[in-house]
Design a protein around this ligand. Structure first.
Ligand code: 8Y7
Length: 261
């Protein structure tokens, strides 16, 4: 899954033509590099980021989604807002990536009348304050229970299990130790029998471990992503698709090798 951010830069608004055009261009490059899903988001989910209105978010993501769908891409919309989910699905998106795991009022309902896939992600707290004092008695058990509960809530609402993907939400209300515990014990989440997606690309935890800033975390990202693959992750949300493609080529060649034949 390739990350396509349609958020404003310091010079222009996110809905302006320049940003929309460059997001489409970037997404097409990710697709050519081997991304199977393009995850289009118009609201920054970074810790402490400001909220964006429904209108503004739609103005950012809908033109990009429409253009990518027209090009035959498989598009996921990264949003917490039911209104944006509905509009994105109408525009041809076939997956919703929700860091709130459909807990916003109306979010479950927005998915019922479609057959879109959904990524249910764990987050402790809200983006504004989630990194202030994350606390767990047992992070792996608590994240697992939360995700199991959200899978059940979806099924009870009529969103069938085969549409679902789960995600531990690295960095969302978690310390470095919490993130490492979740990665080390990822197979516990795999045991829920719902495909596991992970987002580790360029995250702060990798900076803490390497001392590198966000622009020089590609090798660390690939290493962390392979650690997740080795424990059973099925989807990887990345900024750098070609780096991960190369890593997967090697990984798969080794895994598929049989008896030297
Ligand atoms: C994740 C995510 C972000 C993640 C899923 C970032 C939107 C922060 N992280 N969605 N979104 N999983 N499913 O660094 O880990 O990309 S935003």
């Amino acid at each position: 899954m390739g990350i396509v951010n349609v958020t404003p830069d310091s010079f222009s608004d996110g809905g302006c033509l320049v940003n929309v055009q460059s997001a489409i261009q970037h997404a097409m490059t990710l697709q050519e590099e081997g991304a199977v899903i393009l995850d289009v988001g118009g609201e920054s989910t970074r810790p402490g980021a400001d909220a964006v209105s429904v209108e503004e978010e739609m103005g950012r993501v809908l033109p990009v989604i429409k253009a990518l769908v027209e090009q035959g891409c498989v598009v996921s919309v990264d949003t917490k807002k039911p209104e944006v989910m509905r509009a994105a699905l109408d525009a041809g998106a076939t997956m919703v990536n929700d860091v709130m795991a459909l807990r916003a009022p109306g979010a479950l309902e927005a998915l019922i009348s479609s057959d879109a896939a959904v990524c249910l992600m764990h987050m402790q707290g809200e983006p504004q304050g989630m990194q202030q004092a994350p606390r767990y008695a047992n992070v792996v058990d608590e994240v697992k229970q939360f995700l199991q509960g959200r899978v059940q809530a979806c099924e009870a609402a009529g969103i069938t299990r085969e549409r679902l993907v789960i995600d531990p939400g690295f960095g969302f209300g978690k310390t470095l130790a919490h993130n490492l515990a979740l990665l080390k014990h990822l197979s516990e989440l795999v045991d829920l029998n719902v495909p596991v997606l992970v987002g580790l690309s360029r995250k702060t935890m990798l900076g803490l471990l390497t001392g590198r800033d966000v622009h020089t975390r590609e090798f660390a990202s690939v290493a962390a992503q392979l650690a997740a693959i080795s424990r059973g992750a099925r989807l990887i949300r990345v900024h750098n698709v070609s780096a991960m493609r190369d890593a997967m080529s090697i990984w798969n060649a080794v895994e598929e090798q049989q008896n030297g034949t």
